[in-house]
Write a protein that binds this ligand. Structure first.
Ligand SMILES: [Zn+2]
Length: 123
């Protein structure tokens, strides 16, 4: 008998729900962080801004941009994992087709690649 080749079906729904909840909270975070971007502050006065204020704003904007990029990256990864749930391939490495280690899925539920393939891709 072949070993278990698919992610347990009874766990697909809870995992899907979990990923959806994560995605929703990422969306909220993105909104929140956008509102912290000084560049979004319509009341700021470009002409009269003191240099140190300007620098602070630049820094604030860079920080917000970095966080937003990270959130976008995470959202994209979760969406990918959700798509895998939908087609019933969640927990299966999209590269080599082997089961992803459940320990890995426990800490990184949005994983769509096994640790070996992920490492290969990072190189
Ligand atoms: Zn793999």
């Amino acid at each position: 008998m072949a070993k278990q080749l698919t992610f347990p079906t009874n766990l697909l729904k809870p995992v899907g729900d979990f990923l959806k909840a994560r995605l929703a909270s990422l969306k909220i975070n993105k909104k929140k962080i956008s509102s912290e971007d000084p560049f979004n502050d319509k009341t700021r006065d470009l002409d009269n801004a003191a240099t140190d204020t300007e620098a602070e704003e630049q820094f604030g904007h860079a920080r917000v941009t970095a966080i937003k990029e990270e959130l976008n990256r995470k959202s994209a990864q979760i969406k990918k994992a959700l798509a895998r749930v939908k087609i019933g391939k969640y927990g299966i490495c999209e590269d080599c087709g082997k089961m992803i280690d459940t320990d890995r899925l426990a800490v990184f539920p949005e994983a769509t690649m096994c640790i070996n393939c992920e490492k290969k891709r990072e190189k």
